[in-house]
Design a protein around this ligand. Structure first.
Ligand code: ZN
Length: 222
């Protein structure tokens, strides 16, 4: 449910997923804006990568500092340099790359920001498939938050999750369909160790990205 004459706000980090979403939004909406959140993550480079991609896409770009979240969570390896990152998912819990409440905070601030601009469509790159099972990436959470945002602000937001049911290989496929495969491959930053494009190769984000890419390229050749 997209409208060619409407505007959309994309939660944008400069990674593979949100960059694909940015170009998906550009295809489906007349006007697109991007909001990038900082929360004390170790790699400030992420913001500069995001800014550069937004500029190339011709999309207005705004940074919101929600680093309060890193003061609350002391067990997350993304915001705490003293904690070594889990490279695999522990059997009975989430990996320590999980930032509790992050997507709820991001989408809530994105909605407040969008509302002030008269924008009611919000786009986020969360996915249920192929991930570490973060609870705030699930469709049921997004639907619930959509209702809550509408009730909280007496508004009619629509949350869009174009990647929800796509595994990583299908995210690569979507980027290809949108004509930005090379841009996503060479210019986005997904790696938890802050290395652009193909990344460090061994962190969980790189492993997922690489496996998806290989799967997609094998499919594309056929
Ligand atoms: Zn990496």
């Amino acid at each position: 449910m997209t409208k060619k004459n409407d505007a959309a706000m994309v939660c944008f980090s400069g990674g593979q997923d949100s960059t694909t979403c940015l170009f998906w939004a550009k295809k489906h909406f007349a006007r697109v804006e991007a909001v990038c959140f900082t929360y004390g993550q170790k790699h400030a480079l992420e913001v500069e990568v995001a800014r550069g991609i937004a500029e190339r896409a011709g999309v207005p770009f705004q940074v919101l500092d929600v680093s309060l979240i890193s003061q609350l969570d002391t067990n997350c390896s993304l915001t705490n340099s003293h904690i070594a990152m889990d490279e695999t998912k522990p059997e009975d819990s989430y990996p320590n790359t999980f930032v509790p409440g992050r997507n709820m905070v991001f989408l809530t601030f994105a909605a407040i920001l969008a509302r002030g601009k008269g924008i009611h469509h919000l786009v986020t790159g969360v996915s249920e498939a192929d991930y570490s099972g973060y609870p705030d990436c699930r469709d049921t959470f997004i639907r619930s938050l959509n209702v809550t945002l509408n009730l909280a602000m007496d508004d009619q937001f629509v949350l869009h999750t174009p990647l929800m049911n796509r595994d990583k290989s299908e995210v690569w496929e979507l980027a290809d369909e949108l004509g930005v495969f090379d841009l996503v491959r060479n210019e986005t930053l997904t790696c938890y160790n802050g290395i652009i494009a193909d990344g460090c190769g061994h962190c969980p984000a790189c492993q997922l990205r690489k496996a998806g890419l290989e799967k997609y390229l094998a499919r594309r050749k056929k």
